[in-house]
Design a protein around this ligand. Structure first.
Ligand SMILES: Nc1c(/N=C/[C@@H](O)[C@H](O)[C@H](O)COP(=O)(O)O)[nH]c(=O)[nH]c1=O
Length: 363
């Protein structure tokens, strides 16, 4: 492996090991090499704390002088909650800077490189760029579109059913696959279901893994038919927000608010307007949303072009039944040429089940 890729891969692995603890900041890793030896290594650990480069520079001390620093994201040039990294790199006397990706924020992209080049430092951009961009897919989208990165998750039998015709759904996938879902829940700031799922399954929507972080729970409930003693209203295990259509029963709304539930009205007449939901979540700095919808909700987000990533779990089971619900309902598309295509598709096996990850091609 070429030397630059080797050290950048080390920096990327460092960054990835901080997944779930740097929000709303990106994952960033850094490695300093001098005379063929790694003399400093660092990762951004928590928003508001020093950046990856600063940790690496502190570890390297004088050994950084004349060396090369590898960093997965363009060194910052602005005085955020910590001083600019580009200046720290110049002051530490680095000879070369290797960067995986430029800053996605159009306001600062390229500024860090300019500071380094003005100081006569040799700068190389684009090493392991795709992998470094991929690990910050959530941050990159949120910082550019000010809306949450949306992952659509479903679990179904091989013939696409999420429950039997009698609506039994316990369980489709195995314990291992369901644990993997809880890991994904823990990595997302919010989780969203339709009220149909609440009525059928009375879900908790918590991340039940060691050190799991319970996401904010969001329910689309156009006419506020949710029951006051459903778990996500009454259990207090995580915050719950409800999005409705226009003009809902004010008494029910007040009763829910009494229980600490936030209720947001959207402009939808009969159905909740999912675009409003996404806009409001962006305004409230929710940067990642995990949809465990039910087929109607899943279809609404898909048809609105608001799904950034799909994660589908398929159990090697067949349940059949014309009435059995599937994981994409709604109107559907008329012609095959209008199908939502998924790219960068990957299948992995989890126990007996298959996990598919893919990215809808943006039209
Ligand atoms: N039926 C299944 C799922 N079902 C997913 C949702 O329909 C359930 O309401 C939700 O997981 C319940 O949330 P909880 O109470 O926090 O466990 N999801 C899965 O991955 N495999 C399944 O076999």
């Amino acid at each position: 492996m070429p030397q630059d890729d080797f050290y950048m891969a080390l920096a990327i692995n460092n960054a990835k090991s901080m997944k779930g603890q740097t929000e709303p900041n990106p994952l960033v890793g850094s490695v300093i090499v001098n005379g063929g030896r790694v003399v400093g290594i660092g990762a951004h650990l928590k928003a508001g704390e020093p950046h990856a480069e600063i940790h690496a520079l502190r570890m390297a001390g004088d050994a950084a002088r004349g060396g090369t620093i590898y960093v997965t994201l363009e060194p910052c040039s602005h005085h955020g909650r910590t001083g600019p990294c580009a200046e720290a790199i110049v002051n530490a006397g680095l000879k070369k800077v290797v960067i995986a990706t430029l800053d996605p924020n159009p306001l600062v992209s390229g500024n860090g490189v300019a500071i380094l080049e003005r100081a006569g430092i040799d700068v190389k951009v684009g090493v392991c760029e795709e992998e470094a961009r991929q690990m910050n897919e959530v941050f990159n989208l949120f910082i550019t579109e000010k809306r949450p990165f949306i992952t659509l998750k479903a679990a179904s039998t091989l013939d696409g059913k999420i429950a039997t015709r009698s609506l039994d759904s316990k369980w489709i996938t195995s314990e291992e696959a369901r644990l993997d879902v809880h890991q994904l829940r823990s990595e997302n700031q919010a989780i969203l279901v339709g009220v149909g799922t609440v009525v059928e399954d009375d879900p908790e929507l918590t991340a039940r893994i060691p050190d799991g972080r319970n996401p904010l729970r969001i329910v689309l409930d156009s006419s506020l038919r949710i029951s006051l003693d459903s778990k996500i209203v009454a259990d207090g295990l995580a915050e719950t927000w409800i999005f409705t259509a226009q003009k809902v029963d004010s008494e029910k709304k007040a009763a829910l608010e009494q229980l600490g539930i936030s209720v947001f009205e959207t402009s939808g007449l009969k159905q909740v307007d999912v675009r409003d939901v996404v806009r409001i979540l962006g305004e409230k700095s929710i940067s990642s949303l995990f949809i465990e919808g039910g087929g109607t909700v899943n279809a609404a987000f898909l048809e609105a072009g608001l799904v950034d990533k799909t994660v589908f779990y398929f159990a090697p089971k067949l349940i059949g039944g014309k009435q059995a619900p599937t994981f994409i309902e709604g109107m559907g598309y008329d012609l095959m040429k209008d199908a939502v295509e998924l790219e960068r598709g990957e299948f992995v096996k989890i126990g007996k089940d298959f996990k598919f990850t893919g990215y809808p091609v943006k039209k």
